[in-house]
Each structure stands twice: as structure tokens, then as C-alpha cells.
Design a protein around this ligand. Structure first.
Ligand code: RB5
Length: 143
């Protein structure tokens, strides 16, 4: 069960990130917020790396990254060892990337989806468990 979440954003995602932190804390999750916390322009790979370090070390159960599109964050995240990051812009992708890919980092684009959808995608991502079995054999091929 997911209890502890690392979350990061760049300037394009900071507004959603701060709202999501409030929402997740109200649901009882423990949050490690790696920044950024202002709208001053920053480089998203820095925050992607920080969140991935938390996830890969096992200090948190999962990670969330928000930038303008979610794409840059996911590209950087997927270069980090042990990370399976998925950009989700719909709830079905969020469900299936947990069921089949055991994704451990959720990436979203604040310039792409509404905050309501971002919240819903996050809920489903956090509440869905990996199926294992043949899907475990497949994700083991990533390493
Ligand atoms: C920042 O302008 C933007 O490039 C970034 O937030 C993200 O969308 C990159 O993939």
C-alpha cells in the first residue's frame, strides 16, 4: 500500500503540485516535496532526478512529477535506474500503467489536463496494484 510519495514540478507544474500536495496530505499520505515551489523558471530534469532518487532508494513508495506536458519529466525519469515513469492524461492509462507496467513514477502535464483530472488520475494511480505474473517477466526485461 502506498503511504509515502515524493513529488516535484517545474514552474509550469508548480501550481498543480501545490494543490495536489494539499489534497494528498488531506487523504493521509506522507509527502516529500522536492520543489520547485515558485513560478520562477527552472530546469525540470533537476526535479525529475530528485524525485527518482527518492523512489529508487526506497525512501518513498512512489513519485509524482508535473511539468507543462509531463513529457520532459518522463523522459528524464526513465533514464534513472529502477524507474518506470508514465505520462498519463487519462484515467485508463493511469490504471493500466499500474496494472501492467508497475509504474513507480506518475508524470502529468499541467498545460494539458485540468486539475480535476490530475487529481482523479493520481487517485487511480495510487489505488491500483500491479498484476504481476506475465507482466513481471516483461518489466524485468527493462533492466
Ligand atoms: C517548460 O516551458 C516546459 O518545457 C516544461 O514544463 C515541460 O513541458 C517539458 O516537457
Amino acid at each position: 500500500m502506498i503511504k509515502k510519495i515524493a513529488i516535484g514540478a517545474d514552474h509550469a507544474g508548480v501550481e498543480y503540485k501545490l494543490l495536489l500536495v494539499q489534497y494528498l496530505e488531506s487523504k493521509g499520505y506522507e509527502i516529500v516535496n522536492v520543489g520547485t515551489d515558485s513560478t520562477d523558471a527552472v530546469d525540470y530534469p533537476i526535479y525529475a532526478k530528485k524525485v527518482c532518487e527518492e523512489v529508487a532508494s526506497g525512501r518513498v513508495d512512489t513519485g509524482i512529477l508535473i511539468c507543462g506536458t509531463g513529457i520532459g519529466m518522463s523522459m528524464m525519469a526513465n533514464k534513472q535506474k529502477g524507474i518506470r515513469a508514465a505520462v498519463c492524461g487519462d484515467t485508463k492509462s493511469a490504471e493500466f500503467t499500474r496494472l501492467h507496467n508497475d509504474a513507480n513514477v506518475l508524470c502529468m502535464g499541467a498545460r494539458i489536463i485540468s486539475f480535476d483530472l490530475c487529481e482523479r488520475i493520481t487517485e487511480i494511480f495510487l489505488d491500483t496494484n500491479f498484476m504481476g505474473g506475465k507482466h513481471k517477466i516483461r518489466i524485468d526485461m527493462f533492466e
